[in-house]
Design a protein around this ligand. Structure first.
Ligand SMILES: [Zn+2]
Length: 167
C-alpha cells in the first residue's frame, strides 16, 4: 500500500487484527468495513466494524451482502458479525466501499440489529436544486459519498449535473 492512513471513516474497508482467543501465535486477520459514525471514528479510541469474508454462502440471508463492484469485490459482508475494535487493530486501509454497496450494508446492519431502516430518499441534485432543498426547514440534504467525483443528471431539473444526496 501507499501512505499509511491514520484517519478512519465510515464506509472504509480495512484489514484488522482481531483479539487472539485460542492460539496466541496465530493472530486472526480479516478485512472489515467501518460502520461507526464519523464523530465516533474521530473521537473514540475504538471503531465499530462488520466482517468481510471470501467464504460466500447463504447470500440471500438479509444480513449478508455480496459485494459486486469496487473495493472488496467478491467478498461478502457478514452484518451479523459486528465487532468493536481498538483503532490500532485496523492496520491497513484497503479502500472506500462504493456508496450503493454501503447502502446495502446499512440495510443488512439494520436487519441484524432488528432496526427499521430510516426512511430516506436518495436523489441526485445539482448545485442550484440543492440550494432550494437547503432552504426547506427540517430538510438537510447529506452527501451520500463525499468522495463522489462523477456527476450525473439532476433528478429535479434534469438539466444540470450534480451529486447524490440523502434527503
Ligand atoms: Zn437541478
Amino acid at each position: 500500500m501507499n501512505q499509511p492512513k491514520k484517519e478512519m471513516l465510515r464506509g472504509e474497508a480495512w484489514m484488522a487484527q482481531f483479539p487472539v482467543t485460542e492460539n496466541p501465535n496465530t493472530p486472526v486477520r480479516r478485512p472489515v468495513v467501518i460502520i461507526q459514525n464519523n464523530k465516533g471514528n474521530y473521537y473514540a479510541g475504538k471503531v465499530i466494524v462488520v466482517i468481510l469474508t471470501s467464504h460466500i454462502k447463504k447470500e440471500n440471508q438479509p444480513t449478508h451482502v455480496v459485494i459486486e463492484s469496487g473495493v472488496s469485490m467478491g467478498l461478502m459482508v457478514l452484518a451479523e458479525e459486528i465487532h468493536t475494535l481498538e483503532k490500532w487493530r485496523l492496520y491497513q486501509y484497503i479502500g472506500t466501499i462504493d456508496p450503493v454497496v454501503m447502502d446495502q450494508i446499512d440495510q443488512a446492519v439494520c436487519s441484524s440489529l432488528g432496526l427499521t431502516p430510516p426512511d430516506r430518499v436518495r436523489q441526485c441534485l445539482c448545485g442550484r436544486c440543492l440550494q432550494n432543498f437547503m432552504s426547506v426547514p427540517g430538510k438537510r440534504p447529506k452527501r451520500v459519498n463525499r468522495y463522489q467525483t462523477e456527476m450525473f443528471e439532476c433528478d429535479y431539473c434534469h438539466m444540470r449535473p450534480g451529486y447524490d444526496y440523502w434527503l
